[in-house]
Design a protein around this ligand. Sequence first.
Ligand SMILES: Cc1cc2nc3c(=O)[nH]c(=O)nc-3n(C[C@H](O)[C@H](O)[C@H](O)COP(=O)(O)O)c2cc1C
Ligand code: SF4
Ligand code: SF4
Length: 264
Amino acid sequence: MKGIIFYYSNSGNTKLACQYIVKNIKNIEIDLFDMVKDDIPDLNDYNIVGFAAFADIWGPSKLVQTFIEKLPQQDNKFAFVFNTYGFISGKTLKILDKWVTAKDFEVIAGHSLHTPESYPPMIASGKGYKQAPSKKEMNEFNNFVFELNRFFYLLNKGKEIQKKNISIGLLNSLLPMIPRAIARKNMGEKYIDEALCTECGTCEKICPYKAIKLNPKPIFDMNKCYGCWACYNHCPNKAIYTKKYRGIGHYPKPNSQLKEKLKV
Ligand SMILES: Cc1cc2nc3c(=O)[nH]c(=O)nc-3n(C[C@H](O)[C@H](O)[C@H](O)COP(=O)(O)O)c2cc1C
Ligand code: SF4
Ligand code: SF4
């Protein structure tokens, strides 16, 4: 029995949470696969597939949608969905569930985990949620991992699985779905501080939408950009800025509190 988790993680919170799931799953071997990669592994090798993303303007990112659309149609293969979020998850988990179900996966469980914020405008406004997840949120996450363990145990024994409804709570369900292109508009034009940029190429490599070319400084293709802030967050010299944000609110990797809570 084998599983795989497809994850999309810009700053590492989601990847760390997935590694925590893998470490605490006892009844099945689970591979991790980054959705940013172009190739897709053969799903026939797996009995269950996890989909993990972060909340990106109250929904999963465009990249996640494109990745799921590329998957072959399934025949009720078991799946679970998971997302991290910094403030309010919105419909992220429900939309993930919808996209995965449309591919004829059978989604048996889902969970949203509160983690520190990676969205620079939120961090800059003082809402970094550096301490997330709380003890209660961590307990709920552990309950989810426990549930997964139970599912995998039953699967292994060939017993019937009771699928859980994906619940996102009243507040999240009242929030609207946001068109994916809004993120790009919200971030707007990106600029380079030429004195700070060392032409290191990190931004070009990290851009999940291939929207940056070095020449020799970065050039941004706004038609490809989805406003994910990865280039802004990861530039080692904080040389990338926007009209409203310059040199503030960066979150390039999981903070030390989160690493401590999700030790792998
Ligand atoms: C472009 C962008 C949009 C975001 N939108 C939301 C959001 O709508 N709601 C929310 O709670 N967190 C939002 N966040 C915060 C992330 O979902 C959260 O910090 C997550 O843990 C980051 O995961 P990662 O480190 O795996 O990339 C956003 C972050 C980014 C970069
Ligand atoms: S990551 Fe920063 S320093 Fe490196 S090329 Fe891009 S803008 Fe320049
Ligand atoms: S250019 Fe920057 S903000 Fe736009 S998609 Fe690439 S990494 Fe994300």
